[in-house]
Write a protein that binds this ligand. Sequence first.
Ligand code: ZN
Length: 148
Amino acid sequence: MSEGVKLVCADCGQANRVPAAKLASGPKCGVCGARLIDGSVKALDAKTLSKLTKTDDLPLLVDFWAPWCGPCRMMAPEFAKAAKALAPHARLAKIDTQENPEAAQRYGIRGIPALILFHKGREVARLAGARPAADIEAFVRSKVKVPA
Ligand SMILES: [Zn+2]
């Protein structure tokens, strides 16, 4: 398949196609130049979240959080570690539910932090509460096929 892997840019919302062989070398968005997948946690808003969940070919794990939530802040470095461990096979992103209440509402988020795993345009699974990096990584690996 020469079509490549579809990834929406978390920064500008542009859909990009990346050759599978180039996923590991920090591919950049053709429009804004932001890195599409580099093991970092991307910050989304409601609009980019919706685009990524619909379009991305790679598994996408989203952390619904808020600045006032202590457990969310405690989990952030663990989530970042998991993002590094799972790159370039899955993308990890976060959305601030205080700034994007419509996203929290849309997905029926009752408590945060809440993790939702998306793949191939649909929700695959959820994980509630703050977790260590190893648990987050194991959760993704147990739900979708991710090369070791
Ligand atoms: Zn972009």
